[in-house]
Ligand binder design. Sequence first.
Ligand code: FPP
Length: 247
Amino acid sequence: MSNSGPARIPRHVAIIMDGNGRWARQRGLPRLEGHRRGVETVRTVVDAARELGIRCLTLYAFSAENWKRPGDEVSGLMGLLDLFLKRELDNLIKEKVRLRTIGRTDALPANVQRELARVQEATRRFTEWNLVLALNYGAQSEAADAARAYAEAVLAGREKPAELTWEKFSRYLSTADLPEPDLLIRTSGELRLSNFLMLQLAYAELVFTPVLWPDFGRADLVAAVEEYGRRERRYGATTEQIKAGAR
Ligand code: FPP
């Protein structure tokens, strides 16, 4: 990497933060300790992303399927989230980062919902940097919610099915005013999307790293962004067309 950093910076990076449990098991520690270290990585990566010029960072913090985990792990994760929001508020304001969420946050514990509302309200005026937490998020239920909202708009006479395009439909998704992710990173060597942003990732570059999330650092983010910079994004066109300047 040169002093100036990677040449091509993705506008939006989405991350599946995986491997906290294995990190803990390898050290004979409780799983929650892995999640605690995972929260420290979140802080490191939010800072590093901003330094690199990544304007939008979406983190898969709790999937709609994660409720299946043992009750003490779920409540431990909710506690960490609550603590994270309390601790990060001042930093987010100082760094001018807007916090947003995607997912059905109304099912989260009341204290977490309260903190989320407080941090979102306090950062809503910022436009340059976005940190999006996917909480109780699942792409399939997001698609179902969007289809329902669209159908209601049709019934109310605000939409015409014959005029439906992806651009129009995407306004019904929870990511409506965010750019689609350019780069998806998944840590811990798993090669799955796990119901994360499946429609929005249609043209994203996918980078899988064996590094476990608690061990993921600035250098790993830079390496993923450099890998992104080496990929040719063709969006269905040919290499020749891309070289000639077509999208
Ligand atoms: C996957 O590791 C990680 C999660 C399910 C939770 C991710 C949550 C955090 C990093 C902390 C909370 C986030 C914020 C933003 C405060 P895993 O438990 O599935 O690991 P394993 O596959 O090795 O068991």
